[in-house]
Design a protein around this ligand. Structure first.
Ligand code: HEC
Length: 111
């Protein structure tokens, strides 16, 4: 995922196609705020309120556990959680894969 896809995943010109709808990672993890959110509780799809605040994503590649309660053991596992969370991006992974397959991304990227 590059910066363009992180901020505007729904923009058909970014090479990813319409994978997510209007909500993106950057809806909560704001680039200008070190990928964090100043809202005490972040807002998700269709105006739903989350029970937590979006933390910074800076240096998370060096983390040992992820999320406020440490429930994801790896960054790779953690990135899938906000995609499926019904209050965040609300996109089941099988639908994400179907959308990626239908998008202009080279098929090798989603094999
Ligand atoms: C609707 C708001 C929202 C969206 C959209 C969202 N996040 Fe998050 N993100 C959060 C919140 C809130 C947390 C903290 C949740 C927790 O700890 O339970 C979080 C936590 C994380 C973490 C763990 C950070 C840490 O320090 O452990 C990662 C990684 C992450 N998000 C990546 C992403 C990615 C990548 C996307 C896009 C695919 C995304 N997020 C979309 C709100 C959001």
């Amino acid at each position: 995922m590059d910066q363009e896809q992180f901020e505007r995943p729904h923009d058909p010109t970014n090479g990813l196609g319409p994978v997510f709808n209007a909500t993106s990672c950057a809806s909560c993890h704001h680039l200008e705020l070190a990928f964090a959110d100043t809202a005490r509780l972040s807002s998700g799809v269709r105006g739903r309120h989350l029970s937590r605040n979006a933390p910074t994503l800076l240096n998370r590649a060096y983390g040992k556990t992820f999320f406020w309660d440490g429930r994801a053991a790896s960054l790779e596992a953690g990135v899938l959680l906000p995609i499926e969370n019904p209050d965040e991006l609300a996109l089941p992974l099988d639908r994400l894969v179907a959308r990626l397959r239908a998008s202009p991304v080279p098929s090798a990227a989603v094999s």
